[in-house]
Design a protein around this ligand. Structure first.
Ligand code: ATP
Length: 372
């Protein structure tokens, strides 16, 4: 097994920069998710690690081995990188049985027949495919096909798995099940895995760590908890979490409040201290709070009008059964709250809303970076 390291990696297609100065270390045995919107450079990054694309600049290491460095003229082809890829399309051979599909990479490497048979059966057992070895891909269900693709990837015992949205063709229910199965399998095998997705739920539930990308630039690398609770900037804060974090323009006042014009909230002493220290007093900032950190005052413990509570108009209620997404408004300031289903809010009526001040975020208005 081996980790993967990218050092100052760039990829340009003509003038267009698809990946900009990427530095990333994936630890041995780690499940790393590359997350970001369409076109942010995730697939290009994965393809460079696989050797399907050559970086324009920078170094890529698999284990201790330098596999790509254009300045040194180093480029190890995919077949010599000891990696296995699983694609969104699975790329199964339609005319071959499940057995032959899984056996294929071993046959290619001229592994003795007996050894192939043993390994294919082991993998089939592990993936619950033992009864299906004689079927063709078209005779499989939606959940069985990705398993065959996984089987083909793991049969070779590669050092690294590279996966590009392998679950995106499955229906929602199956995706949830496969998510858990894939994660369990990766834990069992302990193989370093780099997994590309634009689905933040997949990233949060599967990744040991998540590398969030936007427009070719790595934004933050951290555990799911870290990127959720301590987003490094407004992009990460807004991309992770559903419904997304509320952002409201505000000013930090000298007496320790965040002022939205229409209302104000009192900062906790240590929050104000940080803002004072960093020179944000009297300045405009962007205030952030997740909808789930707003409460219908009926269910809040600490409520102090003018400090952490404000009366808001309920514009729209989306009842999700387990919670209510409430569109709130104070004057011109609008934000979302995710209230408990027991909340008695009514559209067109007012409600007292409590802000959990421990959970707030402040961003620099210009750099979009988190102050905290
Ligand atoms: P998606 O989720 O849509 O696949 P992605 O984050 O994986 O998105 P990439 O496929 O890495 O994005 O593409 C990053 C950018 O590079 C895109 O703007 C894409 O159009 C561009 N790009 C990718 N491959 C090439 C190529 N061979 N030639 C020119 N531009 C390319």
């Amino acid at each position: 097994m081996a980790g993967v390291r990218l050092v100052g990696v760039w990829k340009q297609f003509g003038e267009f920069v698809a990946v900009r100065d990427m530095n990333l270390e994936v630890k041995d045995g780690e499940f790393m998710v590359l997350l970001g919107p369409s076109g942010c450079g995730k697939t290009t990054t994965l393809r460079m690690i696989a050797g399907l694309e050559e970086p324009t600049k920078g170094q890529i290491y698999i284990g201790d081995k330098l596999v790509a460095d254009p300045e040194k003229g180093v480029f190890v082809p995919p077949k010599d990188r000891d990696i296995a890829m699983v694609f969104q399309s699975y790329a199964l051979y339609p005319h071959m049985t499940v057995y032959d599909n899984i056996a294929f990479p071993l046959k290619l490497r001229k592994v003795p027949k007996q050894e192939i048979d043993k390994r294919v059966r082991e993998v089939a057992e592990l993936l619950g495919l033992s009864e299906l070895l004689n079927r063709k891909p078209r005779e499989l269900s939606g959940g069985q096909r990705p398993r065959v693709a996984l089987g083909r990837a793991i049969v070779r015992k590669p050092q690294v798995f590279l996966m590009d949205e392998p679950l995106s063709n499955l229906d929602a229910k199956l995706r949830v099940r496969m998510r858990a199965e894939l994660k369990k399998l990766q834990r069992q095998l302990g193989v370093t895995t780099i997994y590309v997705t634009h689905d933040q739920v997949e990233a949060m539930t599967m990744g040991d760590r998540i590398a969030v990308m936007n427009a070719g630039v790595l934004q933050q690398v951290g555990t799911p908890e870290e990127v959720y609770d301590k987003p490094a900037n407004m992009f990460v804060a807004g991309f992770i979490g559903s419904p997304p974090m509320n952002f409201i323009d505000a000013t930090i006042t000298e007496d320790g409040f965040v002022d939205f014009g229409e209302f104000r909230l009192k900062l906790l002493p240590d929050q104000f201290e940080v803002l004072e220290e960093k020179g944000y007093v009297g300045k405009e900032v962007v205030f952030g709070i997740r909808p789930e950190d707003l409460y219908d005052a009926m269910f809040a413990q600490v409520k102090i009008p003018g400090e952490n509570m404000v009366r808001a108009m309920v514009d729209i209620i989306e009842n999700l059964g387990n919670e209510k997404i409430v569109h709130l408004r104070v004057g011109k300031v609008t934000f979302l709250g995710a209230f408990r289903s027991e909340s008695k809010v009514v559209e067109g009526q007012e409600v007292d809303v409590v802000f959990d001040m421990r959970k707030i975020h402040i961003f620099d208005k210009n750099t979009k970076k988190a102050v905290f």
